[in-house]
Design a protein around this ligand. Structure first.
Ligand code: FES
Ligand code: FES
Length: 176
């Protein structure tokens, strides 16, 4: 059993919000997000860094929050599933997973979506091999891989459409 340390105060930026939590410095970030901040998008799957259910974005990179002690993430930008969008303004990846029914039990979904968002942020036009590589270490026990891959392909299309729409919505300056 891991020996507990003296609790300390930690300042975090989560989903654009500054928060302070008191915690054991060795406490996994996943526990803080779920138990202290009520952010239940990231799931506890294996607790060993192997399944990907607990993925979050730190500075835009998909990482496994079950493996990161809270003391290791000071001054980093944390985004959870809850920070991607809301019911009125879904992230294109969330929209694509809904449209393609990319889930059965949904337990892996957080990790799949977070990994797909990280992929599209660094590569807006991924090939099939890029998508498979990005999701390779996220486990789905329900065997929903076909639908999940279809959802990420759809997310590529929706993301491009969203980028193009926002580019066209910029009103050109009126000529003097
Ligand atoms: S719960 Fe973190 S990788 Fe499985
Ligand atoms: S949909 Fe159940 S684990 Fe993936």
């Amino acid at each position: 059993m891991t020996k507990m340390s003296v609790p300390s105060l930690f300042s975090l930026k989560v989903n654009g919000r500054n928060v302070v939590v008191e915690a054991d410095p060795k406490a996994p970030l996943l526990y803080i997000l779920r138990n202290d901040l009520a952010l239940n998008g990231p799931k506890y799957g294996c607790g060993l860094g192997e399944c990907g259910a607990c993925c979050i974005l730190i500075d835009g990179r998909a990482v496994r929050s079950c493996m990161i002690p809270i003391a290791a993430i000071a001054k980093r930008e944390i985004t959870t599933l809850e920070g991607l969008g809301d019911e009125e303004h879904l992230h294109p990846v969330q929209q694509a997973f809904i449209e393609e029914s990319g889930a059965q039990c949904g337990y892996c979904l957080n990790g799949m979506i977070i990994s797909a968002v990280a992929l599209l942020d660094r590569n807006p036009d991924p090939q099939e091999t890029d998508i498979r590589e990005a999701l390779r270490h996220n486990l789905c026990r329900c065997g929903t891989h076909i639908e999940i891959l279809a959802a990420v392909r759809k997310a590529v299309v929706l993301s491009k459409a969203a980028s193009s729409a926002s580019a066209h919505s910029v009103v050109p300056e009126t000529q003097a």
